[in-house]
Design a protein around this ligand. Structure first.
Ligand code: HEM
Length: 468
């Protein structure tokens, strides 16, 4: 067996002295830059951020090892836990080892299908609010900033389902919690890639904006937690069967079965808000863009929705919401070409060898998940939008490596919000194609991929019209 190759010996873009490749990156286009370098250097290459060397890959074998061997061999990016902790949201997404294990169980239970089933009516009602909002916009000729619209929807759903509180930002004017959440993501991306942690020495104006946003969200979360404790005190019978994630965490804390601190509870409320907002909203926004770009596929999905909904405008119950095979295939294909997580970061916990490359403890890896799903080696006509490839009653043309399609990650840390997200996606898209036509408000304006921890469509301004 040949000796493993040192990470530093791999080909990769030449960086600056001391800072490495950091100054060459525009973080709002981070994924595009890493994908462009993969075009140049291949599916496995090297980067450096300051003194840290990083491996970048879109290799299927390496992807599976990275996703599977967690949390012991690989963790999230090494500095992620500390950066999240400094901001007070070291919850499930960033936690490692035993801290991660005890949080994972409670989050998985809180987002399982039984809970989604029980929460269906609230989700349907929130979808009806979105429909009313878009009907008004269609009647008045208003232009919609689609990702922003959908972020109102996803926050309203997450807060009802996970915390038992209805923010109703869909029907609120003025300042909403999304305004604060908005400034958090771009700063997270910058801090995670920073060659040195400047914010521990001094604060730039952007750090002060971040501090204000975090304090404002924390104050709101503090109120939610106080209300929930109050509710449990007034209705002690709820302790036997907590109705949502927040109640479950508080009950577990009080019963001392699981040693959660107040800080853990706050951090996980924050985590679910962040993890459930942009991801699902941006996926939905990309799907609306695909409705506009692929009118034939849109009409086919609409025919399926019409046939199943009869006289309803929104799927009336949980079973009917889960019965849209073509719509689901459309959503899958959207996530293959426009995944909101086009890359996934990993930290190496102890010296190891991956794909014949020696990775010292403390080095990092970026897995290019979009590239994985758009390589000709993995999918037939990989760059084309073909929802049919995902239909179960359709034999896909080879290659069709479903393991190369990981929009929700994989292995022990796969996304626990997947089923919730898919349900939101089906509800909104069914409602949207049943009731509306969509067109770009400014067709000359290029819709751009913008990376801010998640990847969303910039400039997606849409005019809704009532269906004729
Ligand atoms: C379309 C929507 C969504 C997408 C594409 C998405 C994608 C992802 C991805 C790629 C990961 C990393 C998985 C890994 O490392 O293997 C993740 C983790 C996570 N997601 Fe999602 N997500 C979505 C919606 C949600 C929702 C709605 C919630 C909850 C309300 C949620 C909560 C989480 C949490 C807590 C984690 C961390 C899991 C862990 O580290 O154990 N996500 N998600």
């Amino acid at each position: 067996m040949s000796a493993p190759r040192p990470l530093a010996s791999l080909a990769g873009p030449k960086g600056w002295p001391v800072l490495g490749n950091f100054p060459q990156i525009d973080f709002s286009r981070f994924h595009l830059q890493l994908e462009a370098w993969a075009e140049q250097y291949g599916e496995i290459y090297r980067l450096s951020f300051g003194p840290r060397n990083l491996l970048v890959t879109a290799d299927l074998g390496l992807a599976q090892e990275l996703l599977k061997d967690r949390p012991e061999r690989f963790g999230r990016q090494l500095n992620l836990e500390r950066i999240f902790d400094e901001l007070g949201f070291n919850g499930l997404f960033s936690a490692e080892d035993d801290n991660w294990r005890r949080q994972r169980r409670i989050v998985i239970t809180a987002l399982n299908s039984a809970h989604l089933h029980r929460s269906y009516d609230a989700m349907r009602d929130t979808t009806a609010r979105l429909e009313r909002r878009w009907r008004r916009a269609a009647q008045t000729g208003e232009v919609l900033d689609i990702p922003r619209e959908l972020m109102r929807y996803t926050v309203d759903i997450t807060t009802q389902l996970a915390f038992g509180i209805d923010f109703n930002t869909l029907e609120t004017d003025g300042h909403i919690i999304q305004d604060d959440l908005d400034s958090i993501f771009p700063m997270l991306t910058r801090r995670l890639a920073a060659p040195f942690p400047w914010w521990r020495l001094f604060h730039l104006p952007s750090d002060r904006v971040l501090d204000r946003s975090v304090s404002s969200v924390q104050a709101r979360i503090g109120e939610i937690i106080r209300d929930c404790r109050q509710r449990l005190a007034t209705h002690p019978e709820r302790r036997a069967e907590p109705g949502n994630f927040l109640e479950a965490m508080i009950v577990a804390q009080e019963s001392e079965q699981l040693p959660f601190s107040d800080r853990d509870i706050l951090a996980n409320v924050f985590t679910l808000l962040l993890a459930g907002e942009d991801t699902t909203a941006n996926t939905l926004a990309w799907a609306i863009k695909m409705f506009i770009d692929h009118p034939e596929a849109f009409q086919a999905v609409r025919a399926e929705v019409d046939a199943r909904l009869g006289g309803d405008s929104i799927p009336p119950d949980y079973a009917s919401a889960n019965d849209f095979p073509l719509l689901e295939a459309f959503a899958n294909e959207t996530m293959r070409l426009k995944p909101v997580a086009p890359l996934n970061g990993f930290g190496v916990k102890a010296d190891t060898v991956l794909g014949g490359i020696a990775l010292p403890a403390g080095s990092g890896v970026f897995l290019l998940t979009r590239r994985l799903a758009t390589r000709e080696a993995h999918f037939h006509e990989a760059e084309s939008f073909r929802p049919q490839r995902w239909l179960l009653n359709h034999t896909p043309v080879s290659p069709h490596h479903t393991r190369a399609f990981v929009p929700f990650g994989g292995g022990p840390r796969y996304c626990p919000g997947r089923n919730l997200a898919l349900l939101e996606i089906k509800l909104v898209l069914a409602m949207a194609c049943r009731n509306f036509e969509f067109s770009l408000a400014e067709p000359g304006l290029q819709v751009e991929e913008e990376f801010a921890f998640t990847m969303g469509p910039g400039n997606l301004l849409v005019k809704p019209a009532l269906r004729q």
